[in-house]
Structures are given as structure tokens and as C-alpha cells.
Design a protein around this ligand. Sequence first.
Ligand code: BEZ
Length: 211
Amino acid sequence: MSLRIGDDAPNFTAQTTLGVIDFHQWLGDTWGIIYSHPADFTPVCTTELGRTAQLKDEFSKRDTKVVAVSTDDLEAHKGWINDINETQNTKVEFPIIADTDKNVATLYNMIHPNFSTTATVRSVYFINPAKKIQAIITYPASTGRNFTEILRVLDSLQLTAGHSVATPVDWEVGQDVIISPSVKQEDVEVKFPKGHRVIKPYLRYTPQPNK
Ligand code: BEZ
């Protein structure tokens, strides 16, 4: 089954490098990211997991737990973590799922059979505290993900979850945001006391409300 934005994030129980987890219980009330890797001991994946570990504080600041998925086994994961720590000068402290039966990869549609019938692609699912999927990114094995973009998406999702705004092209934290078209012009001043600019009736900017 293919998952879409707004769908419930499927729950599962899995073996991880930090013990068995029930995914929903492990997430608790936080935001979550679950992302897949084609295989252990591969170069691009090694750099991605290293970056995730290096960004631990950034994910914590955003109240977000990260879990990686690879279909290799626990023993391989543990050996690979040593390599990641050594080569990426970091310490992997987040769990990596040993998805040997491909249960999680199947639930999250991480195997794209026309690409590979066995290895997962590079999927990223962003999950909100209500356990709903809020964004999905998918790359092929040959393209490492951009973790600046992953944090940027998280910032946008968390901002727009709490305010009637959307983030424009190439937006970064601190820049002006777009007032949602659903906000009536007569309500704008009350809703956005920091001010606003009307470029067109449908294109209205306001300073980032939560900064
Ligand atoms: C990698 O992580 O480097 C990789 C994995 C599978 C295919 C190509 C690259």
C-alpha cells in the first residue's frame, strides 16, 4: 500500500540497535522521522547516518525522534555503527531497525520493485505527534539526502501546524512567510500583529509568527 500525506503512520514492533520498540509508543508525543537505507556498509548511507548523529541537538530542539531502517541484521548494524562513528567522527545514538523480514520497509513502501526488488530506496517520512504522515521525501540509492533540507521541512511543518501560514519557495527560518489564502483579509491584522504586505490579494506576506 502506498502511503500519502495525511495518512496514519503505520505502527509496528521491531528489533533495533536500542532494543525492541513499539513505534508509536517509542514516538510518544514527539514528532518523528523514519528513513530508510539501501544497505549497511555502503558509502552514501554511512555519510547520511553520520550526519543524523551529528545533528542530534538539532532534532532534539525540534522535539523530533529519528529512527533509521535497513533490512540488514542487528549484528551488521552494530558493526556498521562502529564504522560510522569512526569515519564520520560522531556517535550514533538513535535506533536503527533491523528489518530483516522487510516488515517496516513494506508497511512504509520503501521498496520500489522497478528500482530493486530487495533493497530499500531512500525514503523519509515526517510524522506529527498525532501519528499522521506530514511529508514524504524519496531519493534513489545513488543520491544522498540533504539534511539541511530535512531540518527545513521539519521547521516548515512545525510552523504551519500552529499558524495559518505557508512557507514560500526556498524559505528558511526567520524569513517572511505567506498568509494562508483561507485567512480573510479583514482578519489579517488581528491574526498577524507583526504586520503584513499584500502583493496580490492571494499573495500576502507576514513575519514568521513564532520567532
Ligand atoms: C550507498 O549507500 O553508498 C549506496 C547504496 C546502494 C546503492 C548505491 C549506493
